[in-house]
Design a protein around this ligand. Structure first.
Ligand SMILES: Nc1ncnc2c1ncn2[C@@H]1O[C@H](COP(=O)(O)OP(=O)(O)OP(=O)(O)O)[C@@H](O)[C@H]1O
Length: 240
């Protein structure tokens, strides 16, 4: 479904990723774990076309997408829920969600049933349903983050990139975010997940990759990584 092969990318002269290879099979949840600055967000940005890869291939549903514009990548079925609260503050919750479906349109006709997907998003995020007419900028930080995630589901994507969906959330909302990820998984959504809570991420994921200084140092079934002494020591201790 999504294949990342020998991906290199960075910012200006600074190369952050050095030949990263990741496979995300259909219907699976794959997590990418690593320390701060390892290059997790950079990987997500390169896959969704926010930055251009300098080498390697990214293949979505059998077709190369590296080098394409973000919008074209979204049209091909890849949604990116970026780090932080990237919502349109002066628009309502519902309008933000409709924007997520925008790449599905050719002229005035959408692919699939946008209204049904809006109801599905509201079922998944009841907090947002209650606040559907509220301006996104007036939502709490946690609610804005959920809105960014809900907006990604409105693409009805083949693959969803989730970058730190729990960042800065109170524990009760972190638990809610992980429940939502479980629900999406049950609905068959293919996901690549980056999370500060590595233990929880490995709990929901089928497979995991460890990124260190822009290189994959280890990968394997999530269960195996959870029990790996080196992974435990480096990523699953104390605050994780
Ligand atoms: N826009 C940018 N311009 C220049 N350098 C950047 C930019 N964004 C990230 N970097 C650098 O790229 C490296 C990797 O950052 P990245 O955000 O991908 O790491 P990360 O693994 O997601 O870390 P974290 O867990 O802290 O979010 C870091 O050294 C960072 O300073």
């Amino acid at each position: 479904m999504l294949e990342i092969k020998n991906l290199s990318a960075g910012y200006g002269k600074v190369q952050v990723l050095h030949g990263v290879s990741i496979e995300v099979p259909k219907g699976r949840v794959v997590t990418l774990i690593g320390s701060n600055g390892a290059g997790k967000t950079t990987t997500m940005r390169a896959v969704s076309g926010m930055i251009a890869p300098t080498a390697g291939e990214i293949i979505l549903n059998g077709k190369r997408i590296d080098g394409m514009e973000s919008y074209d990548i979204a049209r091909r079925g890849l949604a990116h829920s970026p780090e932080g609260r990237r919502v349109f503050a002066t628009m309502t919750v519902t309008d933000n969600l409709h924007l997520g479906a925008f790449p599905r349109y050719t002229g005035s006709r959408p692919k699939g049933d946008v209204a049904a997907d809006l109801e599905r998003a509201f079922a998944l995020f009841p907090r947002l349903k209650e606040r559907r007419e509220q301006l996104a900028g007036t939502l709490s930080g946690g609610e804005q983050q959920m809105l960014a995630m809900a907006r990604a589901t409105m693409l009805n994507p083949d693959v969803m990139l989730l970058d730190e969906p729990s960042m800065g959330l109170a524990p009760i909302l972190v638990a809610e975010v992980f429940r939502i990820i479980e629900r999406l998984k049950e609905q068959g959504v293919t996901m690549l997940l980056v999370e500060q809570f590595a233990a929880a991420a490995l709990g929901v994921a089928d497979y995991g990759y460890v990124l260190e200084n822009g290189r994959i140092s280890l990968h394997g079934p999530a269960e195996k990584l959870r029990n790996d002494p080196a992974v435990k020591a480096a990523y699953l201790g104390g605050g994780h």
